[in-house]
Ligand binder design. Sequence first.
Ligand code: ZN
Length: 318
Amino acid sequence: MENFRFHFDNEPDLEKERQKISEQFTVAKKQKQEKIEGEYEKTNEEIKLIQVVNDLVRKEISEIGIITEEYASEDRIHLINQEKAKSLKMDSDGRYHLTGHFILINEDNLEGKKFKAFKVLLHEIIHYYSLHSLAFLKEENNLVIKEYRTGYVSHNPKEDEHEHFRGFNEAVTEKIMEEIIKKNKQYIIDEFNLEKTNFAHRENFDLGYKDEIKILDFIIQKLAEKQNKSPEEIWTKIKRGMFTGEMMHLRDIEKIFGPGSLRFLSAMSSYGSTNEINTEKIYQKIYLFFTEENQIKKNALAKEILSEREFLRYNSSL
Ligand SMILES: [Zn+2]
């Protein structure tokens, strides 16, 4: 299956309109295969790296029963310089763009850091293979393409583009990456001559989004305990949802952690959903929310952390 879905303001009544939208997206994708300003030529080693990472991701998702037609070909991955990254306000080493289905990598930041470059590429390619949904909004008489959903993270194009489930989505992405690395460690070492690097001798791969992962791990453990299942079973469902778009299993979080807890979780590291974002204090409080059993104390934490709009919605789910 092609991993794209389209979402509309109003369901288009005509097949013709659907056709037009699909063509418009094809054009947008095609444009992003061309070289951009500030882009480096790829070395043979980098081209091979892209192939290997694609193979690893495809292998991983086929193990959970997902057949994909995706392939992050080298012309959809742009290795750019610092100046270009700055002009695009890139705050991380890699970024996946849904509206043109391409990846940007800040090459200058990763110069000489082989394993880090591998991880950044792997992380972004997992986003690339995730379920995608685009919103088409009518602005005047034109159809404008907006991000709607990548994996679990969704954007609300009509309410200040605020997000849901960004932290959750990133934690799931990093955990999938960790699994891929663990399962294929020797292969990666051989393929990229990493025998003499630290990577070959370590068990921990210095993951990103550690705070989000800690919260996700706690949730998985607790769900497993309360539902008499293995953590692997819970985790596999979460993993699959990333690529199929299935989210029903997340309702279990609401059952186990109480009303409002899913909305609360969706606000983690999501722009526009919390008052403050990505601070240590916030992560501690989010963790506390999930370990706390008293609903009144939970509500107080929600009131403190969530943006006004999200708290109103949290409150109405109680
Ligand atoms: Zn990411």
